[in-house]
Structures are given as C-alpha cells and as structure tokens.
Design a binder for this molecule. Structure first.
Ligand SMILES: Cc1cc2nc3c(=O)[nH]c(=O)nc-3n(C[C@H](O)[C@H](O)[C@H](O)COP(=O)(O)OP(=O)(O)OC[C@H]3O[C@@H](n4cnc5c(N)ncnc54)[C@H](O)[C@@H]3O)c2cc1C
Length: 469
C-alpha cells in the first residue's frame, strides 16, 4: 500500500451503470466508495445510449400517434417535426437524470474523482497520472465504445456512430444503417417514423440476430411495410461522398446514395490503459477483462462489471446486466451468498416499432440444444386492448418443455413483439428465471382488458385448455 494514497473500501473505475450500481449499492451497505470518472457519471447509458435513444423513439411514437389520430375521429393536421425542440427535450431528460444521479451519489457519501483512472499493482489507482487512491477492493467498470469498420471512418458528417446520431441538430432525409441488431433497428425505426428514407444493411441472413426468428420476422415485415429497405446477407464495401450525400457500396455491385451512414456494428470494451503491468488482471485478445463466475479478475480483490467484462455468450452488453453485476460484486465483497448472474436468461428489450422483448431460449436455440419443446404463439390481433390501441401487430410466443400432462414442463423462453412489450416482459422474465411451468404461471390472474392478458392466455393454452385461445 502507498501510505500517501487516500484509502477506500472500494475504488470503482468508471461511473456508468456497472460502476455506479456498485457504488450506490455498496454505499448502502456501509462501504466507503470512490468513483473515478473521466467524463460524466451515468456513462454511455445515460449520455449516449439507452436514455437519449429511447427519448427519440418516444418522439417517433408521438409523431405516429398524431399522424394516426384521424382514425379515432380526431382531426389533427399532418404533424411536422422541429428536431431542435426534440433534441432540447432529450437533453433536458438526460440532464435531469444526471443531476439526480449526482445528488444520489453525494447523499451516499460516494467520493467522485474526475479524470482517467489506471490500476497499478497493490490496488493503487492513479487518476490522470497524479492523485493516488487505494481500495481494499477495486472494480473495473470502464464500459465500451462503438465499434467501427474499415471503409467507414467516422467523420460526423457522412459517417456516424450512435454517439454522433444522438447529438444531431437536424434529421437526415436519408440514412443507411449498417448493422441490423438492436441499436441499428432502433435507429432505423426512429428515423423512418420521423420521415427519413432508411436502408438497413445487415451481413447476417436476418435482422436482430439472437432473437427468436418469428419475432424478428414480425419486425422485418413491419419495417418493409413502412418503407424501410432491409437488405440482409450483404457485406458493405465502402462509401464515396459526392455532391448529394454519399454512395454506399454493398453486396454484388449494389449501391445506395444517402445523406448519412450510421455504423451500428456493436461495441468494443474500453480497456486500453486501464491496467498497468504488474497486476494479475487478464485482458483477452478482444480487449475484455477476464473474470470468473463471481466477476473476480485474476488479481485478488479486483473485480470487473458492465460492458468491459468478458461475459459468456450471448454476451449481453446491457445497462441492467451492469446493475446486476454491480450488486453481485458488492455481495461478494461483503462475503454474502448470492446467485451468479445468469447471462443466458437476462431480459432483452428493443424499443423499435414494433417493440421486442424476450428472456430465455428461442425456439431455434432450444431445438439446437436437443430439447423437446412445445410452442404457443398468440397474436395481438386477438387482444382487446391491442385493438383499442390500434396496435394489433405482433405476438407473444412461449417455448416450454414438452410434458405429459401438458403445461407441467419448464417455461424455457418468453418472446414478445408488439405494443409496449418492453413493459410486459416482467412476468415472462420471472417465469423463465423461476423455472415456472405454464400451469403455475397460468394460475395467476391477468387484468382485463390488458396487453398482459396475452401472456396469461398463452400459458393457459399450453396447459391444453385455453380460454380464448
Ligand atoms: C444507442 C445505444 C442504446 C442502448 N440502449 C440500451 C437499452 O435500451 N437498454 C440497455 O440495457 N442497454 C442499452 N445500451 C447499452 C448500455 O448503454 C450499456 O450496456 C451500458 O451503458 C454499459 O454500462 P457500463 O457501466 O459497463 O459502461 P458505460 O456506460 O460505457 O460507462 C463506462 C464509464 O466509464 C468511464 N471510463 C472509461 N474508462 C475510464 C477510466 N479509465 N477512468 C475513468 N473513467 C473511465 C466512461 O467515461 C463511462 O462513463 C445502449 C447503448 C447504446 C450505444
């Protein structure tokens, strides 16, 4: 230990969801905590990710609602968009949450050090090469940054990542989104709803890889209906700026001219310079910090949480996974019993239109694993509330173990696509993680009329005797 360095129970490097969850939960358990943050606490999620992206998707939702008001007998003019106002509203939401988070951290006596933290031997953390801190425990929570691809250098004019898109002051008239994963689909959906001509270029055979194919199919059909050009199984080669936008070449000699290209091909861990030589922390060849099932690195007393962690497939880089990891780290530090994070059964939510939400195994994954499954699909077109909303696109799909009598095998996966499914997944997530059977889940009453009745109807149908299904 360095005698002059200020000592804490826990020093956290990085104040995003993984880092601030560790700090907030740890402080509530009586630990003295320092957080080193080079930019703003809240991290990607609050400033360049979840919150601003969902705020713009809500703008798109309001636009859709006003545009469709006539169907309800409400005469409203065709909406127009003042994106500067949308941008200012987004920033207000972000700043308000940021202020709240800073206040919460202060009230729990968490000490925040502005600057870049580096871990050296003996748990010594140096901030910007000057201030020194030591922690009985150190948590590496440096997060991630957008990946880029050759031929598409980010210039903020023609080529952007999510970081730049979320700071635009006006919307492009056309965009090519490279990558049809969760973030790419959210941007494609938002831009299209607000009037841009959007092309999605995805190298894999389908959009939203990892998601149940029936669910992804509903999104792909909805995108097509709304004029989004989804091109799957295509490689992009590069782009050539011209007088009117830039020409993106892809596939076998194909091209599209667009105002902007949005590169949305995943995120890489931000681990450069995070750890000095002389510790046993291992960084793998992709830049992720290697941990065991309790998020411990190779260096005793040093943990990692959040996007920087080399988690098992499907490697969910999600804010709520960072929260769960932060809590698990604190419990491990305190020597408390805790259930390790089960990465195969975390909730996934994609806020494009229509929304997607799922937990557990897709039908394809269950079959690949050699499981004998039964599947129940119920479309929202059968649901009263969905019809009232005028949003009957989509379905609830449940994958369960085949059983005799029916409905007594475990629920393996719950997959939803449609109205407000990101808010409906909760009970499906609990069912999967509690290893409930359809019969057990069906014993609970659903409010009527509600969208969540769809889940209740689907599990009831799996018992062999449905009500409406
Ligand atoms: C457009 C977009 C939309 C998203 N939507 C969702 C969503 O809807 N739901 C969801 O769950 N997830 C979403 N995510 C993912 C989510 O934002 C991340 O999973 C989450 O922010 C990861 O948290 P983290 O704490 O690991 O890292 P980060 O949030 O990246 O935070 C890391 C922090 O550490 C700081 N830092 C890094 N290195 C150092 C250092 N050496 N010293 C000091 N500070 C350092 C950084 O400045 C940063 O503040 C989205 C991401 C993007 C880009």
């Amino acid at each position: 230990m360095v005698p002059t360095a200020e000592r804490f129970d826990v020093v956290v490097i990085g104040g995003g969801p993984g880092g601030y969850a560790t700090a907030l939960y740890g402080a509530n358990a009586g630990l003295r905590i320092a957080v080193v943050e080079r930019e703003k606490v809240g991290g990607t999620c609050l400033h360049r990710g979840c919150i601003p992206a969902k705020e713009f998707l809500e703008t798109a939702s309001v636009y859709r609602t006003v545009a469709g008001a006539k169907e309800f007998g409400i005469a409203a003019e065709q909406p127009t968009l003042d994106f500067a106002v949308s941008q200012a509203r987004k920033q207000k939401v972000v700043d308000s949450l940021w202020k709240g988070l800073q206040g919460l951290m202060k009230s729990r006596k968490i000490v925040t050090y502005p600057g870049t933290g580096t871990l050296g031997p003996d748990h010594l953390v140096t901030v910007d090469g000057g201030t020194e801190l030591t922690g009985d425990h150190v948590v590496l929570a440096a997060g991630s940054v957008p990946r880029t691809i050759p031929g598409f250098d980010v210039d903020g004019r023609y080529v952007m990542t999510s970081d730049e898109v979320l700071d635009l002051d006006r919307l492009p008239a056309s965009a090519a989104v490279i990558g049809g994963g969760a973030i790419g689909c959210e941007f494609a959906s938002m831009l299209s709803d607000l009037g841009a001509q959007v092309t999605v270029l995805e190298a894999l055979p389908g959009i939203i890889p990892g998601c149940d194919r029936d669910v992804a199919g509903v999104v792909a059909r909805s995108f097509k209906k709304r004029g989004i050009d989804v091109r799957t199984g295509v490689q992009v080669h590069g782009h050539e700026p011209g007088e009117r936008g830039t020409v993106v070449s892809f596939g076998e000699g194909e091209s599209v001219t667009v105002d902007v290209v949005i590169v949305s091909v995943g995120r890489r861990p931000r681990s450069e310079g995070l750890v000095q030589p002389g510790t046993k922390v291992e960084i793998d060849e992709r830049g992720f910090v290697v941990v065991d099932g309790d998020l411990r690195t190779g260096e005793p007393g040093v943990y990692a949480a959040g996007d920087v962690v080399a988690t098992p497939a499907p490697h969910p880089q999600l804010a709520h996974v960072g929260f769960a990891e932060g809590i698990a780290v604190v419990k491990d530090i305190l020597g408390e019993a805790h259930v390790p994070v089960d990465y195969s059964r975390v909730p996934w939510c994609i806020y494009c239109y229509p929304e997607v939400a799922f937990a557990g195994m897709s039908e394809e994954a269950a079959k690949r694993a050699g499981l004998d499954v039964v599947v129940q699909k119920l479309p929202y077109s059968h649901n009263g509330r969905a019809q009232i909303l005028g949003e009957s696109e989509g379905m609830v799909k449940i994958v369960a173990e085949r059983s005799d009598p029916p409905g007594t095998g475990r629920i393996l996966g719950v997959h939803m696509v449609g109205p407000w499914v990101t808010e409906q997944l909760g009970q499906g997530y609990l069912a999967v993680n509690w290893e409930a059977t359809p019969g057990e889940a069906a014993a609970f009453i659903q409010p009527h009329p509600s969208l969540s009745e769809q889940f209740g109807e689907a599990v009831l149908a799996l018992t062999g005797r449905g009500l409406h299904a």
